[in-house]
Structures are given as C-alpha cells and as structure tokens.
Design a protein around this ligand. Structure first.
Ligand code: IPT
Length: 977
C-alpha cells in the first residue's frame, strides 16, 4: 500500500476538530421551490475505507444514494446504543478505526448553465462530509440532518462531465453531539442534487404572517460576484394580490449601497383582508411568490413559498396559537425505515403524518434533529404543530460538552441553520435547542441567536427546564420535562409558582405493551389550568428487517417482506444486539406507537379516543350531552351514527344529526333509541366519521367512538342442578371434554418491557410466581358440586386457592377465591388459566374491544359485540411479552367453524386473554419469529390484572391499577356449545 496523495481536506483532520463546522459551505436559507435541478440520486461508485486517511483501493462497489451503507451489504453493520457512545474516546476524539465511505460519480454539467453559479446540495450525510470535484477540494460540512450547499462554479465547467466525490466519515467530534437514542449508521441519508442560479439572486426570504392578515416578507438579494446593476427591484404576490414595497424599511436601510435601489435587502408588506388563519385544525395555506426584477422589469429570479397566517405566543403559563390555549397531542418522531434504516421518502413521511392525523395527534417533535424539508411542508399542509429540534445530543458526555468552548460554534451553527431553513413554516411553533445535553453556556449562546433572529416563536430546551420548571433561564420558555410523574405536574400547576406552560417533551414511553395511564394523564391535562399536553415517546419501533439465516439487514430488497407488524418467515425485526454487537441497549429501540412497518399498535386507538373532537355524556338518563372538544373547528366536517349495544346480543344503529356547535359548546340531544324493557346492560356509542374527504382521510374514516352506558348489568343468578355429576380428578383438576388443561391459578404474565425495566419482573421471578408448586390441600365432593383447595407455593408465602365447581342450569359454575399473603403485594395478575382443544379459532365477546386493552389502557376500547379470529387477537410486540388482553369482558364464546365450542360468562367485566401462547412460551424467547403457536387456545380470566404503566422509562402505573394482596374472588360459567 502506498501513502495516500496529499489532500488538504483530510490533512485538516476535520473529524477531530469541533471548531470546524464547515468550510466552503454556503449560508443556510429557507427552502423554496426551484425548477431545473438535476437529481444525483441513484447508484454511486463506492468504497468503504477503514479510516478517513486510508488510501483508496482499486476496487469499487456501488451504493445507493440516498442511503446508509450499514444496510447496503458492507461489513459495517447498524449498531444500537442509547446513551453510551459506541467508542471509548473522549470528545472530540474518535477511534482510529473509523469507517469512511467514498462515493463517486460522473455528472454532466448542463451547457446552458454557462455564466451561472452551480450549486451542489447534499441533503444530509453522517457525520462529516468532504466534497471533492474533479480532484479539487470543494467543501466540508457537519450537522448530519441538514443540507449542505457548495458553490462548484470554480471547479466545474458547464457542458463538461465532472467527477464528484463525496467522502463521508462516520465517527467525528460531531458524533459526540449526535448521540441520539437510535441506530448508528453511516452514509448519505437525503437526496443529492445540482442546480444553477444567477450570480445576482434571491438568497433568502423571511415571512412573518400574522393571524390579523399582517404580512411582512423580507427578501435578501445576494450577488455572488460580478458587477452590481442599477435599478433592480423585487416584487411579491400572494395568491394573485400584489404586495407593496415597505418604504419605511427602505429609508432606514439606505446606508448599505452594495446593491443599488433596494440595497440587498427589501421588505414587502400587505394587509390581507379576511384572512383564513392557519392552525393544525385548519391548515389554511396561501401561495407566495417573490420575484427579483431587472431594471427593465424582466424577472431574474423567482422564489415560491406556501405560507400560513398564525400567531404563537406565551401568555403567562399558557401557550397560545391564534389566541387559543391549544392542547398539544404530540409524538416524538425519528427518521426511520425498516429497509433503508434512516432514509425516508416523501411517500413515507406523508404516510406517517396521515396516520398520526387519523389517530388524533396534532403535534410532532422532530426528535432529535431537523427533518427533511418535505416533512414541514406536509405538517403545514395536513395540520401539525411542530417543535423543531436542533441536531444536538451529547448524552454520554453532556456535562463536558455543554460548556466546552470548542463546541460553541457547533451549537450555534446547528440551531441557527435550522432556524434559517425552517422559519417560514407556519407548522413550526417552537424551536428546540436539542436533547439531553445537560445545560451550559453553549445553549445560552444558541438561544441568544434565536431570540434575536426570530422573536416570533418560543424556544424550549429540556436540559434547561430541568433546573426548575418555574425558572429555566434564557434557554427555555416552556417547562418541558420528560417522563415527569403526573402528580408532580399537577402539584406544579397548582403550586401558584408556575410561570411557564408545562408541556412534556417526552412522556408515556411506548416500549412494548405500554402506555398505561394515558387517559388519566389527559383527564388531568384537560381539567388543570397550566397543563397543556406533551409528546409521547415515540412514533417508531425501530426494528430493522433482518434475514435470520445470515444476520444481514434485508435492505431495499426486503420490500414487501412484512405485513401487519410481522416480518415474513425467515426474517425478523432486529433490535439492539442482533447485528453482533456485544455492547448494546437491546429492545429499548422498540418503543414506538407503531410497528416497524407502521402498523398501529393498540395504544393508537386509545389515543384516538382520548383526542376525540366530539364527546358525549349521559344526561339524566333522558338524553345525551354532546360537546365539541376542538379549538377552532365546528362539527360540520364530521358525520355520526348512533349504535346501541345490548347485552342480549343485538346492536341497533340510527343516523345521528350532529348539532352545529362551535368549539367548547355543548348541546343536549334526545336519546335516539327506546331502551327495551328487559333491564339488560345497554351502551350507546356515537360512531364519528369524516363527512367528506379530508386531505388525510377519505370520507367515512372513523375519527372517534365516544360511548356512554345507558344501563348497568343486573346481577347474574344461577340455578344448581345437583343431579348432574361434576368430574374432577384426584389431583383436584376439572375434567372437561373441551379443555386440554384444566383451570388453575395464574399469578404471572410474560413480563412486559415495563415489568422488566421497572424491576417488577425480577421480583416476580424471585417470588417464583412464574411456576409455583401446586399442592392439593383438600377435595370435597357433594352431589353436583366439587370443592378443591390448593396451595400455590411461592417464596413470599403460599397462595391459598379454592375452586368450587357446581353443575348449574346451562353449564358449570366455577367459583374461585385466592388469598395472597401480604408479601405478594404487587403481582401481575390473579386469575384462572386453562387451555382448549384445537380447532376453536374464533373468539366472539361482549365487552371492550375490538383491539387489545388493559386496565390502565382501555379508554379507547368501546363496549360492544366483537369477534376476531384467535390468531388476530395477539399483538406481535417485537420482544414477546404479555399481549392480546381484552378488558371489561362480560362473556365470550370460542368456536370452531361448525359452531361447536365453549361459552364463558363472567360474574362481572373482567380482563380476559385468548392466545396461542402460554406466558412461559412468550417469556422464553426474544423475538417474535421464535414463537411457535399452540394448536389450542390459552385462556386467561383475571380477577385482577396489573396495569401496564410506563416504567421502562418513566412512571409506573398508578396504585389503583396494582393487584393488591389479600382475598380475590371471581366466578364464571362454562358451557359447551
Ligand atoms: C430520553 C431520550 O430523550 C430519548 O431519546 C429516548 O432515549 C427516551 O428517553 C427513552 O426511549 S432520555 C432518558 C434517559 C430519559
């Protein structure tokens, strides 16, 4: 191997120089729509070097741009670590082994670009980008989630073929401030393009559009060389209406004479009458065109924008959008794709946002870096409030870096470039200085820049707010904690000391089967002044599609190899540790409200209901009070249908006329149905759908299913049939033709991620709850009745369990009682478990559903008659765990296609689950593809089931959802169909 030839870019070693944030990079500006760019996306020649200063080899492979090489067949594979850095070096140093991708391709520079400036734009590259064109250095950039532009005019000739080389160094000083909780990759993650513009051009446009119609457009004209012509001017047009030049501004700027007449800066104004204001509910956009004219009036440059008129302000402890205290129903969203790793298309982003909209979300935090420009266009268009977050997370070395002057440039650079790019988006309502980077002078410097440059939006930073919600200092206008217990939020809101809006930047950690108590949070938020919402952590389960045989990412070739949240046979969703890493953070990367293929998890239905724009309440049993829970919209975009669910099996429907209600208004409406005289349980549901096509949902899409109970269930009575024998073996176990395992006591569930990381699972294992020895104490036989007493021996003491089997009219009554000693004060469940013969593949139930629900996550599952194949009841969480439960079940049947099977009626609404897996089957494996479904069903009927909480990162469930020690009683009847 010979030494690499001298190259000034590598000689600088910019990967270990935090002061060097860029070289030769053009200033950031708002993204506008320009025609005529040449896309350089596609296959590039590619080499992966072991280090940035290693010599180039002879052999080239190819790599698709945009894309990360970590999923494109190289030996440098994805790696997942949350807080810890993947190497031991302290900032700003990096390991000598430093994968470096060299991308090269020929580019035909159009001949008609002669005399123009030629600009290369690299959408995003992680973490250091070095640009060479025709062998000459052209630029350096860091800041992995923002575009870098370089003026190539000096190094290319129009009409000729140029060689563009992009060298991407994986580890750098910048990695230490890009230590976000997701996969480490390397590559070019957003599109690359080449475009031309004139030397004298519109360099930037800054729009301020207020809800009263006041519009101000600041235009920056720049000359990249050449002579400054006389008499040029700018004009603006808003949907056909001309803007006027701001004479006052012209006068006060007259001292700068670099560009004649309008001096390089121009301000246009308009007072737009009857403006349709922008909000997330009413995403009204206007088209703005700004033109740069030559002295003769011909157009030299055009810049197009879509703008929205809206105000954001903080008034005391309220964040106001257009004067309204809006609730922030947010989610944290990473760029993720199960095939490409990090590269997301316009289509992907649109699908993400459409889904969020359909499930009641109105806000996105771009955790933890600026997103692709298209995402903000979509947020403007579909209606989302965006917290735009700078690409700064120094988690592992947070304390050292926050005050390290070597990183000062990087902090200000990253925050300011984000603001310069995204300032014109009405959707962006808050700037965030980054995530989990402690708090230091570097933050205040960045905050100072933003406050001066954009006084129209609040700034937030969790690291500052951590110091004290009432006084976060200059770096945060919002008390934006993460995972704060609800009682602390409530205490703050009621303390009399609150000075800032309290909006959690992260809460309700969605890892595995989670998001317990979400409805309780929202009940508190909606009824407590000072609380305004938050952002659920997070949108995605970042499972990368992996081939099981060779452990490689499936890459782009894996398209279509998944469905409904499940990877195709021979594949699985990989999480931390699956690519051979020894140091990793496991399934902590699977913590989203959607599966890796965007299939919604059950929590999405919970959220949809919590966010319901229409609510109903019972009104003295005579009628229903209907209310509009939106901030800005009437109900005219919604259609309704009443559904009456009666316990006797009937569901009746009737069209619903939604009253004309403004936000916050209520109206009483008469009951749409006569209740039958039978006295049975009755529920009224308002099925609310979109009345017409919305940009995010076709007509008829369900928006919410609010429900009220009209009549409670009467007590169940049984008539014993003493003459009928009850078959119970010497071992005290029921013998039944349809059961392959008799009902026994269950105290355990396959630990959820919350159970594991919250420490409960370890306690349960210590107590032996997963496999207590069952000892028969007594079996007493009477005519038509057998009583069995057993002890389940756990480390914390024996659990006495009694079962009384009685022949009753229409089946067998099972009355159970379990007494938990004080030591077992917080178990997963107390209930019965049994297994059925094969072939019973359909579950029909009257209770909550149809989707999965648990005691502290059931607000979105209405009571009704539901039916699902058993195989569809189970939710395929990436790391198998308790799954598939249904809350509030009153009765169910499990049947074969010929309608034979069994029917169970419960004494009162209970937690029930019917799956193909024993709890121990789930707990024994680490990935969903390892599960082997049983032929029969495993049925759990719980007297009590522990809430899910969010203890994997944040508060556990509330005390009221825990399973207490002491006596639990439950009963059920079993009947053969
Ligand atoms: C918090 C992070 O901000 C986020 O990126 C993610 O890691 C989340 O937690 C957990 O999934 S930081 C955590 C230490 C509270």
């Amino acid at each position: 191997m010979t030494d690499a030839p001298f190259d000034p870019l590598t000689a600088l070693r910019p990967w270990e120089a935090p002061e060097v944030t860029s070289w030769g990079r053009l200033p950031m500006h708002a993204v506008d729509r320009r025609a005529g760019a040449v896309s350089l996306d596609g296959d590039w020649r590619f080499q992966l070097l072991p280090a940035p200063d290693a010599p180039l080899g002879e052999v080239w492979s190819s790599s698709y741009v945009p894309g990360v090489w970590t999923v494109q067949g190289t030996d440098d594979l994805p790696r997942y670590l949350n807080i810890r850095m993947p190497f031991a070096e302290f900032p700003p140093e990096v390991p000598a082994a430093n994968p470096t991708g060299v991308y090269e391709r020929a580019v035909d520079v159009p001949a008609e670009w002669a005399e123009r400036r030629i600009v290369l734009q690299v959408g995003a590259a992680e973490s250091v980008l070095l640009v060479h064109v025709n062998g000459r250095p052209a630029g350096i950039s860091k800041d992995s989630h923002l575009a870098a532009e370089f003026d190539l005019t000096p190094v290319v000739r129009p009409g000729e073929r140029a060689t563009v080389r992009l060298t991407v160094v994986k580890w750098s000083d910048a990695s230490h401030i890009e230590d976000q909780d997701h996969w480490w990759h390397g590559g070019i993650t957003r599109s690359v393009l080449l475009y031309a513009r004139d030397a004298l051009h519109l360099a930037d446009v800054t729009v301020r559009a207020r809800r009263d119609g006041d519009l101000r457009v600041d235009c920056r004209v720049r000359d990249a060389g050449g002579a400054l012509p006389e008499g040029w001017y700018v004009s603006g047009e808003l949907d056909g209406h001309l803007l006027t030049q701001d004479a006052e501004f012209d006068r006060t700027n007259a001292e700068d004479e670099r560009v004649s007449d309008f001096l390089g800066e121009a301000r246009l104004r308009a007072a737009v009458p009857d403006v349709r204001a922008w909000t997330a509910e009413t995403p009204e956009l206007y088209g703005l065109t700004v033109r740069l004219h030559r002295a003769d009036g011909t157009v030299a440059d055009t810049s197009r924008h879509r703008i929205g008129f809206r105000d954001v302000e903080i008034d005391g402890r309220d964040l106001l959008v257009n004067g309204e205290r809006v609730f922030i129903r947010g989610v944290n969203r990473h760029d993720f794709h199960p095939l490409t790793g990090r590269t997301v298309s316009y289509h992907d982003m649109r699908a993400d946002l459409v889904l969020l909209k359909r499930f009641g979300f109105n806000a996105i935090r771009t955790a933890h870096y600026p997103n692709d420009p298209a995402l903000y266009d979509l947020a403007d268009e579909l209606g989302f409030y965006v917290v735009d977050e700078a690409d700064i997370e120094s988690h592992d070395h947070a304390h050292e870096i926050a005050d390290d002057p070597r990183y000062l440039n990087a902090f200000v650079d990253r925050v300011s470039r984000m603001v310069l790019r995204d300032k014109n988006h009405p959707s962006v309502i808050i700037w965030s200085l980054g995530n989990e980077s402690d708090y230091g002078a570097n933050h205040d410097a960045a905050a100072g820049w933003v406050r001066r440059h954009d006084p129209t939006r609040p700034v937030q930073y969790e690291g500052a707010a951590k110091r004290g919600w009432a006084d976060p200092g200059v770096a945060s206008d919002i008390a934006c904690p993460m995972y704060a217990p609800l009682e602390e939020c409530l205490a703050h809101a009621m303390s009399g000391t609150q000075t800032k809006p309290l909006i959690q930047c992260e809460y309700s950690h969605a890892m595995g089967n989670s998001n317990g108590t979400l409805a309780d949070h929202w009940e508190a938020i909606e009824t407590t002044p000072g609380l305004q919402g938050g952002f659920i952590w997070e949108f995605w389960d970042h499972g990368i599609l992996q081939r099981v045989n060779d452990g490689r990412p499936a890459g782009r070739g894996g398209a279509g190899l998944y469905d409904n949240g499940v990877a195709a046979p021979g594949h699985r969703w990989a999480y931390g540790g699956d690519f051979g890493e020894t140091d990793h953070d496991g399934a902590f990367i699977a913590d989203g409200v959607v599966f890796p293929d965007r299939t919604p998890k059950p929590v999405m239905f919970e959220h949809r209901e919590i966010a319901a724009p229409v609510r109903i309440d019972c009104f003295r049993h005579e009628g229903v009070v209907l209310s509009n829970h939106q901030h800005f919209r009437g109900l005219d975009w919604l259609a309704g249908e009443w559904e009456l669910s009666l316990a006797d099996g009937a569901t009746r429907t009737a069209p619903a006329e939604l009253p004309d209600l403004r936000p916050g208004e209520t109206a009483a409406v008469p009951l749409p149905f006569e209740l039958p005289e039978d006295g049975g349980e009755a529920w009224l549901t308002l099925r609310v759908t979109t009345a017409g096509d919305e940009p995010w949902a076709p007509r008829g899409t369900v928006v919410c299913l609010p429900q009220v109970r009209l009549r409670a269930a009467p007590p169940v009575r049984h008539t014993p049939v003493p003459g009928r024998p009850v078959e119970v073996g010497e071992d005290g176990l029921l013998v039944h033709p349809l059961l392959t395992a008799a009902p026994t006591l269950s105290l355990w569930r396959a630990p959820t991620d919350n159970d594991e990381l919250g420490g409960m699972a370890a306690r349960w294992r210590d107590w032996g709850l997963h496999a207590p020895a069952r000892k028969v104490v007594a079996v007493r036989r009477d005519p038509g009745r057998v009583a069995v007493v057993c002890d389940y021996l756990c480390t914390g003491g024996a659990v006495r369990h009694e079962q009384v089997f009685t022949a009753v009219e229409g089946g067998l009554l099972v009355e159970e009682c379990a007494e938990l000693p004080e030591a077992l004060h917080d178990v997963a469940r107390v209930g019965s478990v049994f297994e059925t013969a094969a072939g019973l593949n359909l579950l029909e139930w009257f209770g909550q559903g149809p989707w999965e629900s648990y005691p502290d996550r059931e607000a979105g599952a209405p009571v009704g008659h539901h039916s699902l194949p058993v195989d569809e009841l189970f939710t395929p969480y990436l790391r198998p765990q308790e799954s598939g439960g249904r809350h509030g079940v009153r009765r169910f049947t499990l049947s074969a296609p010929d309608a034979t099977g069994l029917a169970v009626r419960l004494d009162r609404p209970r937690q029930v689950s019917v799956t193909r897996h024993r709890a121990a089957d789930l707990a024994a494996v680490t990935h969903h593809d390892e599960l082997v479904p049983r032929a029969g069903c495993v049925v759990h009927i719980d007297a009590a089931h522990r809430g899910l909480g969010t203890a994997s990162c944040g508060p556990d469930t509330f005390a009221s959802y825990l399973v207490a020690a002491g006596v639990h009683r439950w009963s059920w009847t079993l009947r053969v169909l």
